[in-house]
Design a protein around this ligand. Structure first.
Ligand SMILES: [Zn+2]
Ligand SMILES: [Zn+2]
Length: 346
């Protein structure tokens, strides 16, 4: 028996459990540890039974609970070496600076600051103190560390919870390096490996992170593909999505809602770019023309809260799948941000 439970999906946090009879893998840990545990229990999954955490890419909505969860459960984290390095850089000790200090540093560095956010505190990386390249977790860099969908200036509740949790953990054992993990296992895109009785194939996806991947999982003759956070569907990805029993695919935004919405043009461009996120139309086009139609379940995921509506994503996919939907094939489900999706059991 193979089971997939989406605990959360969207720009405020992503996490899914894929399990076989003997192995349980957490794919991304984009909620605080506490929230992950809570949702696992609500979904009937035992956190203590997890064998590993697998990471797709370093954006906050995929890693913000990773370290605390791995340490608490004492389980290994599987990720690519560039992704690990990017996360460690992100976790470099930080100090708070004032907006005035930030402007000063920006001017010293030859940048013209935008006059927004006066009086707010910004977070700057210090990387060991005296170093002049300090500046520089300015708002745009902070944005770069998240998925570009649904960017907001203020950290959301889950982000705050994850940070508070990490701070509390550090206070309890201040000598511990915040980037320490019980164990780290590197994989490379394209090279399959096994965790227990689950075969894992990571594949490269086009997204604005250092080395982003999607995954195919195979166990007991069941094949599950997870492909979210991708600007388009290149042929290497389409190949991986063939022959799946469960296809979890991003349906991030409605193009009109994004275009007419409140985001700055630069952000809109990023979301729509070849390394951004899949629109409802792009997902539907794949489902209509590029997909083999063989999955029992199609899960639409990473829906934007600002630039999409679940009904729009569903209607686009339903139209695309049209007469291929039946009791046994292409059962359409929508992954949610705020609660676990009903488990898929095959
Ligand atoms: Zn991302
Ligand atoms: Zn994401």
């Amino acid at each position: 028996m193979v089971r997939m439970t989406v605990l959360a999906s969207g720009s405020r946090g992503n996490s899914t459990i894929v399990s076989s009879a003997t192995t349980r893998i957490l794919v991304d840990a984009g909620l605080s540890c506490r929230e992950l545990m809570k949702r696992m229990r609500a979904a009937g999954e035992e956190p203590e039974a997890l064998d590993a955490i697998l990471i797709t890419h370093e954006h906050q909505d995929h890693v913000q609970g990773m370290a605390v969860t791995a340490r608490k459960l004492g389980i290994p984290v599987y990720l690519t070496e560039p992704t690990h390095r990017a996360w460690v850089r992100w976790m470099t000790p930080q100090k708070r600076i004032t907006y005035a200090e930030w402007i000063e540093q920006r001017q010293a560095a030859g940048h013209r600051p935008q006059a927004t956010g006066q009086g707010t505190e910004l977070v700057a990386q210090t990387s060991g103190g005296s170093d002049q390249r300090s500046v520089i977790r300015d708002p745009m860099v902070a944005v770069a560390a998240r998925c570009s969908a649904d960017v907001t200036a203020e950290p959301d509740a889950e982000e705050k919870a994850a940070v508070e949790e990490a701070i509390a953990e550090t206070a309890a054992s201040p000598e511990r390096d915040p980037t320490s993990l019980p164990s780290v296992e590197y994989f490379r895109s394209g090279n399959g490996f096994r965790i227990g009785d689950i075969a894992v194939t990571p594949f490269t996806i086009p997204h604005d992170a250092v080395d982003p991947v999607g995954f195919v999982f195979e166990a007991d003759g069941v094949r599950i593909a997870i492909a979210t956070d991708l600007g388009y569907l290149p042929s290497n990805v389409i190949v991986q999505l063939r022959g799946c029993d469960v296809l979890m695919l991003e349906s991030n935004h409605d193009v009109d809602m994004l275009r007419d919405g409140p985001y700055p043009w630069s952000v809109k461009q990023r979301v729509m770019s070849r390394v951004g996120h899949l629109s409802n139309d792009a997902a539907a086009e794949f489902l209509a023309k590029g997909y083999d139609g063989g999955a029992a379940y199609v899960v639409l995921a990473h829906l934007s809260e600002n630039n999409n509506l679940p009904e729009l994503a569903r209607i686009a996919a339903e139209r695309a799948l049209r007469d291929r939907m039946s009791l046994l094939a292409n059962h359409l489900m929508l992954a949610e941000q705020d609660q676990p999706m009903e488990a898929i059991v095959l």
